[in-house]
Design a protein around this ligand. Structure first.
Ligand code: D6G
Length: 821
């Protein structure tokens, strides 16, 4: 993964003194790692290098924190169960303009920065898009100079490590903290108690009036803060990512220990450890277990206590909270924070319900990330009541308000009232976290224009009717620092020579590249950069998998979580169809293509794991078939993570964004590929719709049903069997898969998976197949006309600056949070 990142000019005019840095590294190695250079391991060099740069971060960090206190303006609090950070070293070095100097300083000691950089573990505290978005947002908030804190959980084990054994996904624990984490600072003084269970007592006044409630939990844990500085571009501002770790209030129960119960004595300690030990590996579907609800409450409660403490350290009362704090809920996972703030306001700080509700409703904002019914969180009422009895009461009280509001309007039918209720009443009674977040927030946003429209029409239709101004759109974005400047130094070098450096600070300046899109000399240089990036990926695949690839082939890439709605299956089936054609018409002038897949499946998601197995089986058969003559190769790269994405994306020619229309809320991979000069083949789904608007219809390959057509087909009950019968190419591919051509040892392995396409085809794989295959042949045609291909891909890079997360964050700041940006 050797890469040279460009550096901005040092923030201070003076050139950073390389010799001074080199000396500092040795100092640090000696006094903070305790080693001399001759015995230092690569990890020691990594730690020393990070600490030397970290010292420079700290000055700015303290300065930023102090500025926020001095100004006592509004702060943003971003609550997210996931932060998919990846590696931080290159981010910090490059944002501070120290990349080149550190490279030279380390070279003086004969240390290759790229080698030690590759040792930094990926902080994989997230599953996919939602967590990576939170990480991009943190970087952008610092870059556009917003005083902001991220709040989440310091999982000891992030997302599992994926190995592929005989084609099957095997999950192994991930151990990112194994060598310590030089970026974090433990803040024992920043610890809060978080309780569970127990009872609610009512305190009454002498004359018998109810004064307030007191929750007496029967379990208590400490939430201890671990702070990581988040460096904005050019070090302008350094914000704090505060992750909570659970610790026992009593590390050892001495009574039990003295009585000889040595294991029982550690009960509290073990329970605390379990609370923040593992990230739930479910993406876009319901986890459902009690531990998950405990995690959600644990980090929300600690964060709200911290926010309240900070506010009261500078302000007289919590009445002014809405003017000083915007608390953002990244999805419903922290939605319980709404009830927790209500509890603190009423039970601890003496506000009455109306005041508390006013403050709460003007402080929270909520982002919805999915319309998939299985991903909308809800909790059984008995579980909720047992773990959080006071919060349950508060939720009933809020619900009474909402239902009254709806019922007092003639417009609402009883069905509509039931749908906006915070409690789902049909069958098992459940608390609906989406509805709680919606009513507790002053702003509810979707993450792409299409997604936001669909929210208004589907999941939140009735709440939207009750609060017609609440839903708004904020199309997702990606930080161009990580997803262009750091990951694609070759392209950045070419851009700087061609259009100057302005785009590094103002991404919209990429537009200037449009003028070069049809310039032959520029196209050749653009192609050469892509070629070099592809060679790097070829090297990675050779090292890790022993597969040899031809860098002149078309690199066709689908990397993301494995999910039926994302339709890796559609891509695999088309691969099989292409394989059939290459064999049956060997005389045709076939275009060399490599199909790349990478991604993890939720461990409990049967079909997703089967799709991984199928991709691997298809790869094995095709890659070893001599009659294919290397024209088609299939690669499933194990253990996809942020660092791997940073190598794959700059090397991609074709970006697969082929979800069933209406189901992918936004996507952000689509933006990363387009920015790095790949052509998109995609459906009109999520942010693809807006990417098409930005790059122009002629610079993207669109296929398939549109969202309304998918909905209509689902509603009327379509006939996928007839569709399959009508398409010879599809039928043959499906028959090959279901008859065991790719799984000779288990011929029936894929029968049910493929059978589902004949029966219901819920995700419209069969229905969209012909249109997808046609689109792929259109891609072939464009690839053959090289000037046209590069004209299109250059225009993609030139025109997608709008998808910078700086733009997204400025919109949040101006339109939701009301903070200057
Ligand atoms: C961060 C940055 C550090 C600051 C600390 C506490 O670790 O400079 O002192 O947060 O800040 P508050 O949480 O008290 O605002």
């Amino acid at each position: 993964m050797a890469k040279t990142s460009p550096s901005p000019k040092p923030a201070a005019a003076k050139q950073v003194d390389v010799l001074k840095l080199a000396a500092e590294i040795i100092e640090c190695l000696k006094y903070r790692v305790g080693k001399e250079p001759s015995v230092a391991t690569r990890h020691d060099w990594l730690t020393a290098s990070i600490k030397v740069v970290r010292d420079r971060v700290i000055d700015r960090w303290i300065d930023s924190t102090r500025r926020a206190y001095d100004q006592n303006g509004k702060r943003v609090y971003y609550l997210s169960m996931e932060f998919l950070i990846g590696r931080l070293m290159r981010d910090a070095f490059s944002n501070l303009g120290l990349m080149d100097s550190m490279r030279e300083a380390l070279a003086i000691h004969d240390v290759d920065i790229d080698i030690i950089a590759a040792l930094e573990p990926d902080a994989a505290l997230g599953n996919g898009g939602l967590g990576r978005l939170a990480a991009c947002f943190m970087e952008s908030m610092a870059s556009v100079d917003i005083p902001a804190h991220g709040y989440g959980i310091r999982y000891v084990h992030g997302l599992f490590r994926q190995e592929i054994h005989d084609g099957w996904q095997v999950e192994l624990p991930e151990t990112w903290l194994e060598h310590g984490n030089p970026w974090e600072f433990e803040r024992r003084e920043g610890a809060y108690e978080v309780g569970f269970g127990g009872k609610v007592a009512s305190i009454t006044s002498k004359d018998g009036r109810l004064e307030r409630h007191v929750w007496k939990p029967n379990e208590r844990f400490l939430a201890v803060a671990f702070d990581t500085p988040v460096v904005g571009w050019r070090g302008k501002r350094v914000n704090t990512l505060r992750l909570w770790s659970a610790m026992p209030v009593d590390p050892i129960l001495l009574d039990a220990f003295n009585a000889g119960d040595h294991i029982g004595a550690l009960r509290e300690s073990n329970k605390a450890e379990a609370l923040t030990r593992v990230l739930y590996p479910a993406d876009s579907h319901q986890a459902g277990q009690e531990l998950r609800l405990r995690q959600e409450y644990f980090f929300s409660a600690a964060s709200i206590q911290d926010i309240v403490r900070r506010h009261l350290s500078q302000n007289e009362s919590l009445s002014s909270l809405p003017e000083k704090a915007a608390i953002h809920l990244n999805d419903t996972h922290p939605a319980i924070a709404v009830a927790e703030l209500m509890r603190l306001l009423m039970d601890v700080h003496g506000h009455d319900f109306d005041e508390a509700w006013h403050i709460t409703r003007h402080t929270f904002a909520y982002t919805n990330h999915t319309l998939l019914p299985e991903a909308l969180e809800s909790w059984p009422v008995p579980l909720f009541e047992r773990l959080l009895p006071r919060h349950m009461q508060i939720i009933y009280a809020i619900n009474a308000e909402i239902l009254l509001k709806a019922r007092s309007s003639d417009d609402f039918t009883e069905d509509q009232v039931r749908s906006i209720s915070l409690i789902h009443e049909d069958g098992e009674r459940r608390v609906r976290m989406g509805n709680l977040a919606f009513v507790g927030a002053f702003s509810v946003n979707g993450v792409s224009a299409l997604h936001t429209d669909l929210m208004k029409e589907t999941v939140f239709a009735d709440l939207h009717k009750l609060y017609p101004n609440r839903i708004n759109n904020k199309t997702n974005g990606i930080t161009p620092r990580r997803w262009l400047l750091q990951c694609n130094p070759g392209l950045v070098g070419l851009l700087r020579e061609t259009i100057g450096d302005r785009f590094m600070d103002d991404i919209d300046a990429l537009r200037d590249l449009d003028a070069y899109a049809d310039d032959t000399a520029f196209q050749e240089r653009f192609a050469a950069v892509k070629r070099a990036n592809k060679e790097q990926l070829v090297g990675l695949v050779a090292d890790r998998m022993g597969i040899r690839l031809d860098p002149s082939a078309l690199f066709d890439v689908q990397i993301k979580r494995i999910h039926e709605y994302k339709r890796q299956l559609l891509n695999i089936i088309e691969t099989v169809a292409l394989y059939d054609q290459i064999r049956s018409r060997p005389e045709k002038d076939w275009l060399p293509r490599v199909k790349f897949f990478a991604g993890k499946a939720a461990p409990s998601y049967h079909n997703a794991k089967l799709i991984i197995k199928l991709a691997n089986d298809v790869a094995r058969v095709i890659n070893s078939d001599p009659s294919v003559r290397g024209l088609l190769k299939v690669v499933f790269l194990p253990n996809y993570n942020v660092s791997m994405a940073e190598v794959i994306i700059p090397a991609a020619d074709l970006s697969e964004q082929i979800s069933t229309a209406g189901l992918e809320a936004s996507g952000t991979g689509n933006m990363k590929f387009a920015l790095n000069g790949a052509l998109t083949i995609g459906t009109l789904d999520g942010a693809n719709v807006e990417i098409r608007e930005c790059v122009g219809d002629e610079n993207i390959v669109i296929f398939g049903l549109k969202a309304d057509e998918v909905a209509a087909r689902r509603a009327e009950g379509h006939n996928p069997r007839a569709v399959i019968e009508a398409s010879q190419e599809l039928r043959q591919a499906l028959e090959a898969i279901s008859s065991g051509v790719f799984s000779p040892d288990q011929p029936d392995l894929y029968k049910d998976l493929i059978g589902g396409l004949y029966e219901h085809d819920w995700f419209m794989v069969a229905v969209d197949f012909d249109s997808y295959a046609d689109a792929q042949r259109r891609v072939d045609g464009i690839w053959r006309e090289s000037p046209r291909w590069y004209g299109m891909t250059i225009r993609n890079t030139a025109r997608v600056g709008w998808f910078s997360s700086d733009r997204t964050i400025r919109q949040y700041a101006n339109e939701i949070w009301k903070v200057p940006a």
